[in-house]
Design a protein around this ligand. Structure first.
Ligand SMILES: [Mg+2]
Length: 215
């Protein structure tokens, strides 16, 4: 098969799950919600998780239901130093650089965060483009429309012939239904619709499909 492109999720796909950077950003989200919506400390975590589950991103839930200014929220949550937590990943860089078809980041986060993380990983130069959540707004992964917008942005007519990597099983399911070859990365509950599994991105070269996209 002639594959057309690879779409990589960013957070907890290109670096291991449980990274401290996610925690500090989540803490900022909690703080924002506590202060701007006057939600008691004890309820903030559940409140945020409910939004995340219902809307795919916390930001979207806040904007839709609570008149939160999207840019104010994004600025606030990312106004924290994550550089101590993400180190260069030369092995990941090398395996991505070998891929001969277009490579895109497709993230539910924003471009500012994506660029910052990619630079800390030292693999910013490996990608042909970044599709962030504003690019596909008002949709986001796992919604089908988000994938369709991402494909349209890259000039690709269908998920068929594309490869999609993500740590989130729900995102994997939608991608599979749209015809992508899906690779679930990490240790979350496995989606039955994943075509392949990797516990870490570094193992990508072990999949047969890798040999088809590096030549
Ligand atoms: Mg992720």
């Amino acid at each position: 098969m002639n594959y057309k492109a690879v779409f990589f999720d960013l957070d907890e796909t290109l670096y291991p799950m449980g990274n401290e950077s996610i925690k500090v950003i989540t803490d900022r989200m909690n703080e924002y919600i506590r202060r701007s919506l006057a939600i008691p400390d004890s309820e903030v975590k559940n409140f945020r998780e409910d939004l995340y589950k219902t809307y795919g991103t916390t930001a979207k839930g806040l904007v839709k239901n609570y008149e939160v200014d999207l840019y104010d929220f994004m600025h606030y949550v990312h106004n924290v130093d994550i550089s101590p937590y993400i180190q260069p990943a030369p092995e990941v860089r090398a395996l991505i650089e070998k891929i001969q078809i277009p490579k895109f980041i497709f993230t539910n986060s924003d471009r500012f965060h994506a660029i910052r993380v990619l630079k800390l990983l030292d693999n910013y130069q490996c990608f042909d483009g970044i599709i962030d959540f504003l690019d596909v707004y008002p949709y986001c992964k796992p919604e089908q429309e988000a994938f369709e917008k991402a494909l349209a942005m890259t000039g690709i007519d269908s998920g068929r012939g594309c490869i999609f990597l993500d740590d989130n099983p729900t995102n994997i399911s939608t991608a599979h239904q749209l015809g992508f070859y899906t690779i679930q990365v990490g240790s979350r509950a496995r989606s039955e619709e994943a075509d392949a599994f990797l516990s870490r991105i570094e193992d990508l070269p072990q999949l047969e499909i890798y040999s088809e996209i590096i030549t």
